[in-house]
Design a protein around this ligand. Structure first.
Ligand code: ADP
Ligand code: ADP
Ligand code: ZN
Length: 215
């Protein structure tokens, strides 16, 4: 199974991608996580990406496309993968099509998790990210067992700099301008599956699994 997760920032892509990756036993590839790991590690890529991310803008396509093309060519991606946060622009989608074709891979579905902007703003202020392992929590909807501590690795949980309301607004407008056109792109390719992302996390998972099964 080769899946693309679409949806606004905070729609629940990462949450669902993780569950789907466990279900299908395939890698979860999050470009946001890859950039954050590079920033933490002080790499050249991290240095280049940081200012864009902090401003709520997209990292330029040329810094993302090759990275993903290399990642999906790796051995563990042979039986499938879930792309979370990529593609985010039409040129990225075209680059992905080319890379997949060159590898003889067929992309199966683009799963759009639909959540209106009003709900996003509320949701993001409650998101907490682990500084150790990158796990994601929500203070109301998916609270850690101990406040501000990661259940998995015991490290501290923080509010991501780019999850502050001003930056979330900016990211939402970037999403509408640059990423939403992908819904049309994948509809035309008859790859789009759309689910209501305002349901509970487990209901969203059920809706996605049912939609993938039906086909
Ligand atoms: P979210 O989970 O809220 O959708 P991500 O963790 O996927 O956010 O991404 C965080 C930031 O990393 C984005 O706002 C953007 O700056 C950068 N980024 C991640 N993926 C991409 C991509 N495919 N193209 C450009 N920028 C990206
Ligand atoms: P994305 O990867 O699309 O940016 P996340 O999966 O990180 O989104 O989810 C954003 C925030 O909302 C997280 O704090 C997460 O725990 C929470 N969340 C995810 N799905 C739901 C849901 N269906 N209902 C309520 N909160 C959710
Ligand atoms: Zn952790």
């Amino acid at each position: 199974m080769r899946l693309i997760m679409l949806g606004a920032p905070g729609a629940g892509k990462g949450t669902q991608a993780k569950i789907l990756a466990d279900t299908y036993k395939i890698p979860h590839i999050s470009t946001g996580d890859i950039f954050r790991a590079n920033i933490k590690g002080g790499t050249e890529l991290g240095k280049k990406a940081k200012s864009y991310m902090d401003a709520g803008a997209l990292v330029p396509d040329e810094l993302v496309c090759e990275l993903v093309a290399d990642r999906i060519a790796q051995e563990d991606c042979r039986d499938g993968y879930i792309l979370d946060g990529f593609p985010r622009t039409i040129p990225q989608a075209e680059a992905l099509d080319q890379a997949a074709e060159a590898l003889g891979q067929k992309l199966d579905y683009a799963v759009d998790i639909d959540v209106p902007d009003e709900s996003i703003i509320n949701r993001m202020s409650g998101r907490r990210a682990c500084v150790g392992c990158g796990a994601t929590y929500h203070i109301k909807f998916n609270a850690p067992k101990k406040a501000d501590i990661c259940d998995t690795c015991g490290a501290e949980l923080i509010l991501r700099e780019d999850d502050k309301p001003e930056t979330v607004q900016k990211r939402l407008s970037v999403y509408h301008e640059q990423t939403q056109p992908l819904i049309d792109y994948y509809t035309k390719k008859q790859m789009l599956v759309s689910v209501d992302g305002t349901q509970s996390m487990s209901d969203v998972t059920t809706a996605i699994l049912n939609a993938l099964k039906e086909d």
